[in-house]
Design a protein around this ligand. Sequence first.
Ligand code: V47
Ligand code: SF4
Length: 369
Amino acid sequence: MTGLIEHIKSEVLRHVADKISNEERITPAEGLALYEKADLSLLAFLSGIVRRRKNGNHAYFNRNFHIEPTNRCIYNCRFCSYHKPDADPESWEYSHEEMLEMVRRFDDRDVTEVHIAGGVHPEHDLHYYGTLIRKIKQHRPGLHIKAFSAIELDYMIRKAGKTVEDGLRQLKEYGLDSIPGGGAEIFDEELRQKICNEKTSPELWLKIHETAHRLGMPSNATMLYGHLETYAHRIDHMDRLRRLQDKTRGFNAFIPLKYRRANNSMSWLGEVSMTEDLRNYAVARIYLDNFPHIKAYWPMTGKTVAQLSLAFGTDDLDGTINDTTRIYSMAGAEEKNPEMSTDEICSLIKDAGREPLERDSFYNVIKKW
Ligand code: V47
Ligand code: SF4
């Protein structure tokens, strides 16, 4: 390894490479240097060191399906293509019975997790959603329920007049198992004002996750990139996550989400390139040295980028079952009707030189493929 590192021309990058190979944490300035100065081959090499250290040659996938209860939303984030006014023909709101019917459709399939998330409905509080969770658990007790972004949780808990801690405790009693990573967007306060000014603050987003971790509910974290942010904003975002993870160890996966431009009010920005996606996965893998997993959400990136990302630090591909999520298809994602069979996801992983492992929601191995 030392031999290879000697060939790196930039002194800063040589120093960063040394630290990575010695398992030392890199600083925010060094993270920035990786974004700004490292070429793709170096990023693949360095992120590979961290990925292998954490996950060997394995790449995980799980069998989940998604329910989006509604796209009605009290907020109006500028990047969102999903939320529609109430009277719009593309606005929807499912009843408990309709959502239970969606769960029943998977009765004879080997799914292990349902991911429930959507808009922030003005009228529904934690008891409305808690009752839904309880009904799903009564129907299929073994199904892991990963539900509600911190943004939805903030509103439904406040609406019920509870503190974050009491609200989350009660949702846990209803059957909530873990929390998805949505709503983080970008933590920098000034930029957040520009792209989603009404949304839950970064402090509260982090507090909700911290509290969930303390109550024994793990979670994920996302970052929306490729819009108005600079590399320094991305490092700041990941730094706040890394500091919380040092305290709680409750995050499972980090999921970078590339801004997609169709049908929203930031379309003029365009979209960043595939090389930028790979650069970002690699820096995330290196910077977030205390996150066990970096996940590529293939319905959003498309299968090709997801496969390539395995060479840039990711070790987890989201989902095998048909992903009917509309938050991405409405924003112009590659996969219009995302569906990937177990055979397909395993070949995709094997062709990239990795060994596929089917996992449950806690990353216990269900099967080696
Ligand atoms: O918070 C919205 C993003 C997120 C756009 O935890 C957009 O396992 C790109 O968090 N372009 C919700 N992104 C989805 C999410 C998620 C997805 C998959 C797995 C997990 C997990 C969590 O979608 C939002 C926002 O950052 N988003 N609009 C857009 N135009
Ligand atoms: Fe609402 Fe989420 Fe869309 Fe923002 S991104 S408007 S919170 S559905």
